[in-house]
Ligand binder design. Structure first.
Ligand code: CCH
Length: 279
C-alpha cells in the first residue's frame, strides 16, 4: 500500500515540512531505474523552470503549465509524466499546495535526500488555469549542440558561465533512456547520490564516440559503461567552462555551494514573490 504518510488526513495548509516528508516517502522504489525517482524529479523541477526568458518574464516554474498540452508533449519533456504521476498522491495528501510549488519542492527534497546541498526554497507559485501561457517549444537545451547553444539558452534565463557548469553537475544523477531522449546510460556509477562525480568522470576519462544506431553520444573508452552527451563534452572543449569543471572536480564544497545558489535561482525565475518588506 501507499506510504503511511500519504494515508493520514490532509495536512495543515502551509505545513511544508509535511509535504517534504511525503515527497521523501515516494522517492525510493527498487523496481524503478537505479532504485530512486530522485533524478527524474530533479529533471521535472528543471524543465518546469528552464523555459524562462528574462527579457519578457515569460515561462518559468510559476503556473505549472507542463500539466497541459502541448508542453507535456514536447520531446524535451518525454518521460516526465512518470515524475508528475508520482507526485499525485503527495498532492492529494496536501491539496493546498500548488503543483508549481510541489514540483519545485520535489526537486529540492530529492537533491537533499540524495546527499546534496540544502537548496533555499520558498513557496509562492500558483497554478495557471489552462495552457494559454505556454511558451513556444524549443527553449530547453538541445543535447546535440555545444557551448554557444548553452550560453544562448542559459543566458536567456539570466545565467552566466559558472552557473551553466554548476547546474550541469546535476548530470551526476540519473541516466538517459532510449524511449525518452533517444540517448542511453548514466553519467556516473553512483546515479542516485548527489556528488561532484560527474566532473571527475568528465575530466578523467577518455571519451570516444559510441558505436551504435542511436544519436551521437560518447562513452568512456575504458569501461564503456558511462556516457556523455555532446552538450556535456562542450564543458571540456570550452576554456572558460573547463576552468569550472576542473575546480568542481577538485572541490565538492565549491560545487555544492554554487549549485545550491544557481538551482534555487532557477526554480524562482519569473515567480512573483511578494516584495521583501523594508527593514
Ligand atoms: Fe539534463 N538531460 N540536460 N539537466 N538531466 C537528461 C537527463 C537529466 C540536458 C539533456 C538531458 C540539465 C541540463 C541539461 C537532469 C538534470 C539537468 C537527458 C536524458 C538529456 C538528453 C533524458 C532521458 O532520456 O531520460 C542538456 C542538453 C542540458 C544542457 O545543459 C540541468 C541544468 C539539470 C538540472 C539542474 C537529470 C537529473 C537527468 C536524469 C533524469 C533521469 O530520469 O534519470
Amino acid at each position: 500500500g501507499p506510504p503511511a504518510l500519504l494515508t493520514s488526513k490532509p495536512s495543515t495548509p502551509g505545513d511544508y515540512d509535511a509535504v517534504r516528508k511525503s515527497i521523501a516517502g515516494v522517492l525510493d522504489n527498487g523496481d524503478y531505474d537505479d532504485g530512486s525517482y530522485g533524478p527524474v524529479l530533479v529533471r521535472l523541477a528543471w524543465h518546469a523552470s528552464g523555459t524562462y526568458a528574462k527579457k519578457d518574464g515569460s515561462g518559468g516554474s510559476n503556473g505549472a503549465t507542463m500539466r497541459f498540452a502541448p508542453e507535456c508533449e514536447w520531446g524535451a519533456n518525454a518521460g516526465l509524466a512518470v515524475a508528475r504521476k508520482l507526485l499525485e498522491p503527495v498532492k492529494a495528501a496536501h491539496p493546498w499546495i500548488s503543483y508549481a510549488d510541489l514540483w519545485t519542492l520535489a526537486g529540492v527534497v530529492a537533491i537533499e535526500e540524495m546527499g546534496g546541498p540544502t537548496i533555499p526554497w520558498r513557496a509562492g507559485r500558483s497554478d495557471a488555469p489552462d495552457g494559454s501561457k505556454i511558451v513556444p517549444d524549443g527553449r530547453l537545451p538541445d543535447a546535440k549542440q555545444g557551448a554557444k547553444h548553452l550560453r544562448d539558452v542559459f543566458g536567456r534565463m539570466g545565467f552566466d558561465d559558472k552557473d551553466i557548469v554548476a547546474l550541469s553537475g546535476a548530470h551526476t544523477l540519473g541516466r538517459c533512456h532510449t524511449d525518452r531522449s533517444g540517448f542511453s546510460g548514466p553519467w556516473t556509477n553512483a546515479p542516485t547520490t548527489f556528488s561532484n562525480l560527474y566532473f571527475q568522470e568528465l575530466l578523467n576519462n577518455k571519451w570516444v564516440v559510441k558505436k551504435w544506431d542511436g544519436p551521437l553520444q560518447y562513452e568512456d573508452a575504458k569501461s564503456q559503461s558511462l556516457m556523455m552527451l555532446p552538450s556535456d563534452l562542450a564543458l571540456l572543449s570550452d576554456r572558460t567552462f573547463k576552468k569550472y569543471v576542473t575546480q568542481y572536480a577538485k572541490d565538492e564544497e565549491a560545487f555544492f555551494k554554487d549549485f545550491a545558489v544557481a538551482f534555487s535561482k532557477l526554480l524562482e525565475l519569473g515567480v512573483p514573490f511578494p516584495a521583501a518588506k523594508a527593514a
